[in-house]
Every structure is written in C-alpha cells, then in structure tokens.
Design a protein around this ligand. Sequence first.
Ligand code: PLP
Length: 428
Amino acid sequence: MTAGPGLAAAGQDGSGFDPLIAERRYLSPGLALAHRFAGGGAWEVSSAGAWVTLSDGRRLLDFGSYGVCLLGHRHPAVVAAVSEQLHRLPASTRSLASEPAPRLAERLTGYFAPGPLRRCWFGLNGADAVELALKLARASTGRPRVIAATGAFHGKTLGALSVTWHPRYRGLVEDYLPPATHVDPGDLARLERELSAGDVAALILEPVQGEGGVVPVPPDVVIAWGELAARHGAHFIADEIQAGLYRAGAMSLAHEFGAPLSAVLLGKALGGGVAPISAVIGTEELFAPLLRDPFWHSMTFGGHPLSAAAALGALDALDALPGREARAAAVAGLLAELAAEHPGMIKEVRGRGFMWGIELRSARQAGSLLAELPLAGLVVSPCLGQPEVIRLLPPAILSDDELGTARARLRAALQAAYTESAPEGALV
Ligand code: PLP
C-alpha cells in the first residue's frame, strides 16, 4: 500500500502518534489548523537540500522556512561542522572558554574590517539580537527613545516588539513597551525632527523589510538614516537578520551601501539551517556597557558551541558557493516572467538576491495562491503583516533543474489560484 494523505494519521513509526492532533491538543489549535491546511493533513519528516519530505511521501521544494534555509537543508559542510563539535564538546561549562564562539566572532568581524564594527555578541533568535542592541543603545547613550520604520518587523519579545510596527503583534501589551516612534523610512525631514528632540538612543532599520511585505529600502535612504543618527549622537542599527548573509546579495547591505553603522544584526541563515544563532556585530561605543561588565547581559545558551560551529560551517559554505549571483539573477528572471504571464493576479514582484515578494492584486488572491502552492509542491512564507504579499525565500543552492521545477510549480499554483479566486463569471 502506498502512503497517502489518509495514512498520515498513522504516524511515521507506526505508533499512531499524530503531531497535528497533539499540536492541536497541547500546543495551539490555530497553529495545528494552519499546519493541517499547508500540509494537506501530512507533516514534514525529513529534508535534504532544497527538498522537504512529508509523512505521506510527497516532496516539496522549500522556498520558505522564514529565511533560515539559505543553504538548503542539512548542508554537508554545516552538518559536518556540527557533528564534529557534537562529538567533541557539545555544551560549554561557561566558566571556561571554548573555541567556536571566539572563532565565529573573529570571522564575522572580519567581514567588516577595517572599520569600527569590532565587537560581537551571540544570541539564539533574532529578537535576542534586537533586544541587546536596543539595551546597549539606551545604556551607552543614556537616552530612552528608539526610532524604527513604519512596516518594520524586529521580533516579538517586549523590547524587540517596541520597534515592530504591526498592531497585530503590539496589541494587548502596547502600554508595556519601551518608548519608540515609527516613521516612514523616506520621510527624512520627520526623522530629523524626531532626532532633534535629543532623546533618541538609536535608529533601527531593515535595509529590505521582510515580514512587512519585502520592501527594499533605497540605498540613499539607508545611508541617510546612518548619517542622521551619527549627526545627532544616536546609534544606527541595521537589522539584517533576514536580509543579511548574502540573502539579499551582500553580507550586510547597509555596510555595502557605506552607511555609518553602530551595529549589524544577523540571525536566521547564520546557523546554516541546522542550529539557532543570532549575532550583534557592533562598535566599541555601542558595546561599552558590556565591555565594562560582561555579565550585564547574557543568556545560558548564547554562543552555544553547536550553534557557533554551525555558523562557521555555514560561512565556509556560503563563501565558497559558486554562481550565487547568476542563480539570484535566474530567480529574478523567473519571477519577472511569471508576473508578465499573470497580470490579472500579480501586481508586482520585488526583492533582491534570494529574497522576493509577490504582491497579488488582492488579499483573497494571495490566500488562494497560499493554498495552492503546497498542493503544487512548493513551500513559501506568508507576510503576516501584509497579507497581499507572499514571500519567496529560495535557497542559494538551487540547481537549474530545481529552478525549472519551481517555475512549473509556481505557474500551476498561479493558474489554479486565478481560476479559484476570480469573481464568478469572469473566466467564462
Ligand atoms: N528582525 C527581522 C528583520 C526579522 O525578519 C525577524 C524575524 O522574522 C526578526 C528580527 C526576529 O527574529 P526571530 O523570529 O528569530 O526572533
């Protein structure tokens, strides 16, 4: 008998365990429903390269994973680095030094040398990095307020949430968030007015907004944010947790543009799709409170040996990846082609490198496309704060064949979604 959606409930090990049922019962009914919808009743059981295999035997091409799998799944260099560390020193006493985190700090600061970004700190999630950057900015300037961009997403812990824009996430706790102001990234006059109040510790900006709808910020605006911050004694923090590490074409776009920087934040793909890790790479001035007292901010698992080893393996693999730019150009070409073929569905495709948004003409069309894509065999990430936009975060290791498969699957899903979401009678 072949495995099919009906068999999914039997579990992989024959135990009858169904993660969707357990998820609904013990974790979250809403999340279980979303997962059931995306997997058609099946769940992910294994992965390799650009592919994820489901419990019913289907294989989906992964253009999602919220930006983590830039190197695909189980990249050999990352798996080897983590395995080696796992069998030697998987956990740190933390009372003693170990190799991986200092090596990684040396490696990461090297991308920004010569220059003032000479200090590193490691967390696990992106929000950890945002939290520390904002805490350092306030402590090093003695100023309370932070300015972020409208549409920004920086995470959901209280400090990070204070600079995340969408009311959906801020709701219920708005009153408990540290002081922050959101301004349109292109409204430099307003930015300057806010800075003139003299109470701003930092500006924080995503050079390409991700969750907010994949919106690349023009290089001159990124530079202007950095220059205005510097002129008014505030820090400029580039949040490249999603767009950095070559996802959007550069290790750090803000650095490549030449913006004056106090910190670059990295996360997501930094762990090579295998382990969780995030980083703040910053100036001595920003890090001053932590340089005075190293225990002023720490986390039990920050700089974990397995995570740092994964990051070192990932950086080796990314730096050695041949044809990255040509592959990114092929992804851009494919999306332009599909947009030209489906003007009734696609309003715009935008992005850079391996980070793209397809903006549909309505949220309803986006919903239909989101439903059709996994059926056609492609995993993507929605933009929770911008429902008309679907995020495509393909791995940089795609082969030409896989790119061809992605084209065929996207085309099939667009066609099905168009038929499904068109107003009645429109297609006759
Ligand atoms: N900053 C940016 C730009 C992000 O895209 C994200 C997550 O999507 C975060 C911060 C928060 O990262 P995490 O979800 O790992 O806490």
